[in-house]
Design a protein around this ligand. Structure first.
Ligand code: PMP
Length: 500
């Protein structure tokens, strides 16, 4: 069969990662949609930072550049439940601004690590002080250090970006009139305000449904949001802790409040935490659509709406982010790293590569092992010259285990990296490895020598630390180490070897 060459459509070379923000797909739900309605989801995980908030991040920085509020090289700061921080981190990385983020410690650990991986600094705030606490900290840091605060909860650039991009994408995809029903939650309310006003203008019949956690009906309650003397929102009386990270902070943000005042909302749909989790899991296992908890919650709300929607209704739910930043959370409860009973039964249903039968015996070499005499001489010289010698492979986890143990104990060693690129010349690494195998009587790596004496491989070395013989051998050479750090040497083995 002849393979067709891949032809890139015009305009598919992007000049920057920032040009890939937006234009996310709207995807039909096939197996989970009830009879009689068309259900769609807008998958914001397709943004480069994996969430809807990339849109705000780009908008906030570009608006501030245009107005002069952000100077070249100035530090950007923002309070965020994580996705805005990840979006800002990638925008700031691409544009060369330092970024500091304040985030309550209760948001998922993945978020912190992603922001730090993208080069941002993450200042955690106490969970007890909720969203208002992280906001106040960001303001304080901005004031104190003269940084640019992105103010996602009230920055009009947030809603404007959604009017310009998200809303247009939705209207266009639904043939210029938009869907019959649009379902969203709210955090800042940027998505809600920005999209709702365009859908309304394009088609006043569009139903706009706002989902809230069922235990936090802040908007539905109609209780107005109080502010302090400086205009900062105070904790709303209807707020309770809830599952949907990124939704409903402990206050109704200005942009979210604007959508209420503008009369943009037709209906509120409460969603329970379990329904949100189930919907996210159903989307994954029955539609192949991977989203986070707030996406599950929005989809659960859309399913409720679908129950009473007129026949033929076209319903669109927002899925704000990817499920990958929830692996440490309840969303992944029951998803284990180990094999389930069913998987073990599958493993045992055929004879090969299983854990309950010994590995096949290695095939014996045809000829007795041999090595080059000059390589054997080099090994002798190396172990005679250095008091502690480790023959290792650069990226071998067992070699790392021993290196980490020695480093933790403060023991200096001479490492011979047998597979380093520099060892490839004339197969020096291979020759040394053959000679080492003969000398050690074992083909495995690493091999450790102390004062010229062969100790053994990784586990032999750990055993020698454990039973005290290592202390004696090192003491004989005048070497001491931090014994407290080597009390449990096996802890240095790769994580996958630890019993779970
Ligand atoms: N879901 C998640 C996971 C979020 O991070 C956010 C943003 N905080 C939202 C939903 C709500 O989006 P918006 O801020 O536009 O209201």
């Amino acid at each position: 069969m002849e393979l067709k060459p891949i032809t890139n459509p015009a305009g598919s070379l992007y000049s920057s990662i920032l040009d890939t923000i937006g234009d996310t797909p709207i995807v039909r739900i096939n197996r989970l949609a009830p009879e009689g309605v068309e259900l769609y989801v807008k998958v914001e995980a397709f943004n480069p930072g994996g969430s809807v908030k990339d849109r705000f991040a780009l908008a906030a920085i570009e608006a501030a550049e245009a107005s002069g509020a952000l100077k070249p090289g100035q530090t950007v700061i923002e309070a965020t439940s994580g996705n805005t921080g990840i979006g800002l981190a990638l925008v700031c990385a691409a544009k060369g601004y330092p970024l500091v983020v304040t985030m309550a410690e209760s948001f998922s650990v993945e978020r912190r690590k992603l922001m730090r991986f993208l080069g941002a600094k993450v200042v955690l705030t106490p969970a007890a002080q909720k969203g208002t606490g992280m906001l106040a900290k960001a303001e304080e840091l901005a004031r104190e250090h003269g940084w640019f605060l992105a103010r996602q909860f009230e920055n009009e650039a947030n809603a404007d970006m959604h009017s310009r991009t998200t809303a247009r994408e939705i209207v266009d995809a639904f043939g210029g009139t938009g869907p019959d029903v649009w379902v969203t939650g709210f955090g800042t309310g940027g998505t809600l305000k920005g999209v709702a006003r365009v859908l309304r203008a394009e088609n006043p019949a569009t139903q706009i449904v706002v989902a809230e956690p069922d235990n936090v009906p802040m908007m539905q309650s109609g209780i107005p949001q109080d502010r302090d003397a400086e205009g900062r929102p105070v904790s709303h009386p209807m707020f309770r802790p809830h599952l949907m990270q990124g939704w409903s902070p402990d206050f109704i943000a200005k942009l979210a409040g604007d959508a209420v005042s503008a009369g943009s909302i037709d209906r509120f749909q409460p969603v329970g935490g379990n329904a949100a989790l189930q919907a996210a899991r159903d989307l994954a296992t029955q539609e192949g659509i991977f989203c986070g908890i707030s996406g599950g919650a929005t989809f659960a709300a859309a399913l409720e709406v679908a129950k009473t929607a007129p026949k033929g209704s076209r319903i669109l739910a927002m899925l704000p982010d990817t499920g990958e930043r929830y692996m440490s959370t309840v969303l992944f409860d029951g998803i284990t790293a180990d094999m389930s009973d069913e998987e073990i039964a599958l493993s045992r249903s055929t004879p090969g590569a299983r854990f309950d039968s010994p590995a096949p015996a290695p095939v014996a070499p045809a000829a007795a092992p041999s090595c080059k005499p000059e390589a054997a001489k080099m090994i002798d010289e190396i172990v005679a010259k250095h008091p502690v010698v480790m023959f290792v492979l650069e990226w071998c986890e067992f070699s790392w285990s021993v290196r980490k143990l020695f480093a933790a104990a403060g023991l200096h060693y001479h490492a011979v990296e047998l597979d380093a690129a520099a060892m490839q010349k004339d197969n020096l690494g291979g020759d040394l490895r053959a000679a080492l195998g003969l000398r050690a009587g074992a083909p495995t790596i690493p091999q450790i020598f102390i004062g010229g004496e062969h100790i053994g491989g990784a586990t032999d070395t750990f055993d020698a630390f454990k039973d005290g013989t290592m202390t004696e051998k090192l003491a004989a050479l005048g070497l001491t180490f931090d014994a407290a750090k080597t009390a449990n040497p096996y802890a240095f083995l790769p994580a996958w070897m630890h019993p779970r």
